[in-house]
Structure formats: C-alpha cells, structure tokens
Design a protein around this ligand. Structure first.
Ligand SMILES: COc1ccc([C@H]2[C@H](O)[C@H](O)[C@H](C)N2C)cc1
Length: 444
C-alpha cells in the first residue's frame, strides 16, 4: 500500500458510544434553508431547471441581484418548535441544518463575515433556537457547512497565482474560525455535514483537511464527520489512495442508495434523499417525479437492511413554512414509523440476503421481515442459517404459524388481502447451543 500521511487514520467503523447512537437512529431529516428560498427556483418569470439552492449560478439570475436577496430575508412564520415537533412526529432521530450553503449566507450571526442573518430584516439567530427546539424533542442536530463560499472574497476554485495562494490561506483561517464559532455557540451539536469540497483548492490540500478534522475532534470530542470533508495528500476523496474510507461514515450516497452489502464494504454509511428528483432548497415548481411516502419508507427500510442511515430532505419556504407535499409525507411516514419503527431503530443488516417480498432487518435475535411485495401464493419464503431456530413469528403482535417446507426453510402465510402500505413480521430466532459467533453472516 502507498505510505500516506493524510489518508484514513482508522480501519473499520468507530466503536464509541456517539457513533453507536448515530447508527441506532437510522432516520434523519435534512433541512436546506437560506436565501435561495426567496427566489424559489424562478426569476423574472423564468423557471430555473437546476437545483433551487444553485440558482445564483444560473445565467438568468444576475449575481448582484442574488447577493441583495438577504435584504428580503424575514421568515415571519419561522417557528422552530413546530419544525421540531413535526420532525419528531415523522420519526426522525437526528436533523441536519444548512448553517451556510455554497452562497456563503450564514443562518447564524457569525462574527467573521457581515453576510449573515444579522444583516437581514430578521436580524436574529436562526440556528440557536433551532438546535434548542430539536434537542428539546430529543432529536440530535448536525450542522451542514459548505466549504465553497461564493460570497467570500478569498474563496478560490483553484490556486493559479501567488495572490490566489495568499487569499486561500486567509480563507482557510476563516473556515476554521467559523467552524470553531459554531461548536462554541452550539455545543450540543453532534457533528458536521461538510459539502463543497470538490474544488482543486481544497482537494490539493489534504494536509489541511486532515489537520482541520483532528482539530475539530479535539475541540469537540466524539464529533461525527463523514467522508466528504477530507482529501488525502494525493487528492483522493472519500476513500484514500489505499481505498480506505476517510471520516466516520461514507457520505457519498446522495440521491442514490447502495444495492447490496458489497457496495458498502461493511462501512457505516448514510444516504441523503430528495422528495422531488433533485431539489434541496425550496423550488416553487417541482418538475419530474415526486416520491410517495411508500417509496420513501422503502428507501429507509432498504438503507437499514444494508446497515446505513437514511436522511430525507426538506426545503422550507422563505417565510419559514413547509409546502403541503412535505407536510403530508412527514405525517404519512410518521404514522408508519409509529407502528413499525422497531424494524428500523437500532436495527441493521440481517445477513439473510435480499428476499423477493421485501427486506430483512435485524436487531440481535429479532429478525424483521418488512414486506412490500406479497407473492401470488400469499406465502413468504424464509430461509434461516443453519444453527438458527425460529422460536416464533408475529405480525402486529398477532402470532403467525410458519410452515416448515425444508431444512430451516419456512413459508409464512400472509394471504392476499389488498394492502396499501408495507407491513412487518417479527421473527424471534434463537441461537442454537454452540452456534459459533453470529449465527447470521456478517456483511463482508
Ligand atoms: C455538482 O453536483 C452537486 C453539487 C452540490 C450538491 C449539493 C446540493 O446543493 C445539496 O446541498 C447536496 C446535499 N449537496 C451535495 C449537489 C450536487
């Protein structure tokens, strides 16, 4: 392997309590909120086909116009305790909030730039009350932070001249100052969700990203930071030049999910997902497919079945309210999670493969069958590993009688009554005496 100073410093997943908690929560809420919500994906009567939070880069939107939008930021209907309650009702265990997206506008009154809420008509800190409201509901908070900062005079995409290098040196100090400020002002946050780290300026300075990560973890022990922050000294991102994951979990699953255990190599990982095809900030006109609650529940269960977390994104309007499609999905998903959340919370891969009828998840000896597709036979096939016995099966607390159809193979009869949502069957298994280690195969 290649000797690296700034590659992965740990092989295998973190085993500490903070990471175990992150892993157990399984389901998060992403919130993208900022000046882009004022534009809402359109300008001068034209609709922007890109992602709403990127509208500043749209040729139809003069940057000078965008950069004045802060003078209109005044979310009179922003009630963080209502945001937190609806997230709680959805079943989210953690929330990720954009403190600063690529446009550089800060939702907290940073003392390192004037481009913050303090300069807006709203004046007040957005982040502090949000962290407090979510924590009060028992929801952990993570801070999204974009390294790219289109507003800052010292940000550079690449370093072409000595002047560029001098500017970017100042910019790195600014970044470290802002991150320190966020941890000092909001000490209950559990981690950072970094973005905007693909430019050469950042990619070619692996040493800085490594030192920054170590500095932040020393300042805030237990901090959780995904694989988007770092580059190694050869410019490799997410996985270092020896193909070892950098950061505490794989953070590359954006609007896509792994298909099988081999795709995640036994690493902790998190998938982030939009309800429309590709909108993170508020866009008045959602184009293309809008995912239903059942589709989103399947993605959450699929993620759990592959040992990862699933984070669903919401883009509040400029006034601080949520669009009806988003409120509806939070309620529908929450209603399902209230009944079936035990198949997700604290659960992980079952090591039983992928059945046609849906997904297996597992927590200890409890195996959950989350059923999306009932076969025409009305019987769900279950094959357990050798040395594993099936103690009992139940659906919604009612016992179900499995039919033994072969060695450690069963049919679970569920009938063909029409169903409009996935349902869960609990298999209580027991480890036969002398079964070595985990009687379920561990992900490779
Ligand atoms: C260039 O392709 C990109 C760049 C950045 C993104 C940003 C989105 O604005 C959003 O914040 C998402 C989480 N992030 C990866 C998405 C796609």
């Amino acid at each position: 392997s290649i000797p690296l100073q700034h590659g992965a410093h740990r092989s295998g997943n973190r085993t500490d309590a903070d990471m175990a908690r992150w892993r157990s929560l399984r389901f998060g809420q992403f919130v993208h909120w900022g000046l882009y919500a004022i534009a809402g994906g359109e300008w001068n009567g034209k609709i922007y086909n890109g992602a709403a939070e990127w509208i500043r880069s749209w040729k139809e939107m003069p940057t000078a116009v965008y950069d004045q939008l802060y003078k209109q930021f005044n979310p009179v209907n922003y009630h963080p305790e209502q945001w937190a309650q609806q997230a709680k009702d959805m079943g989210a265990g953690y929330m990720i909030i954009t403190t600063k997206h690529h446009d550089g506008f800060c939702l907290w009154p940073s003392k390192y730039t004037r481009y913050t809420v303090a300069a807006s008509p709203y004046k007040k800190d957005i982040i502090g009350p949000m962290v407090e409201a979510y924590n009060k509901k028992g929801i952990d908070v993570y801070l999204y932070f974009s390294i790219i900062d289109w507003n800052h005079p010292d940000w550079r995409t690449s370093l072409k001249t000595p002047a560029d290098s001098a500017a970017y040196k100042r910019f790195k100090v600014f970044v470290k100052n802002q991150l320190t400020e966020l941890l000092v002002k909001y000490p209950t946050v559990k981690g950072f969700w970094f973005d905007g780290t693909w430019d050469d300026s950042w990619k070619n300075d692996g040493a800085f990203s490594d030192e920054l990560e170590q500095y932040l973890q020393k300042l805030h022990p237990g901090l959780i930071i995904g694989s988007r922050l770092r580059a190694d000294e050869r410019g490799a991102r997410h996985f270092d030049s020896n193909n070892h994951l950098m950061g505490d979990y794989e953070q590359g699953w954006e609007r896509k999910l792994p298909e099988q255990p081999a795709d995640v190599h036994g690493n902790d990982w998190e998938g982030v997902m939009t309800i429309p095809e590709n909108q993170w900030g508020y866009h008045a006109h959602w184009l293309g497919h809008i995912k239903s609650s059942n589709e989103l529940i399947e993605m959450l269960v699929k993620s759990t079945s592959l040992g990862g977390n699933f984070v669903l994104n919401f883009g509040p309007k400029a006034d601080g309210t949520f669009r009806s499609e988003e409120v509806q999905r939070m309620q529908e998903i929450g209603n399902w999670m209230k009944v079936n959340g035990s198949a997700v919370y604290g659960a992980s891969e079952a090591g039983l493969g992928k059945p046609d009828w849906g997904y297996y998840t597992r927590r200890g000896d409890s195996v959950f069958m989350v059923v999306f597709n009932v076969p025409v036979s009305g019987n769900l096939r279950v094959k357990l590993p050798a040395k594993t016995t099936l103690a009992e099966a139940s659906a919604s607390g009612q016992p179900v009688t499995p039919e033994l159809i072969g060695k450690n193979e069963y049919f679970i009869p569920v009938g063909n009554a029409p169903r409009h949502a996935p349902f869960v069957i609990l298999l209580q298994t027991s480890r036969a005496a002398g079964a070595e280690g985990g009687h379920f195969e561990k992900a490779k």
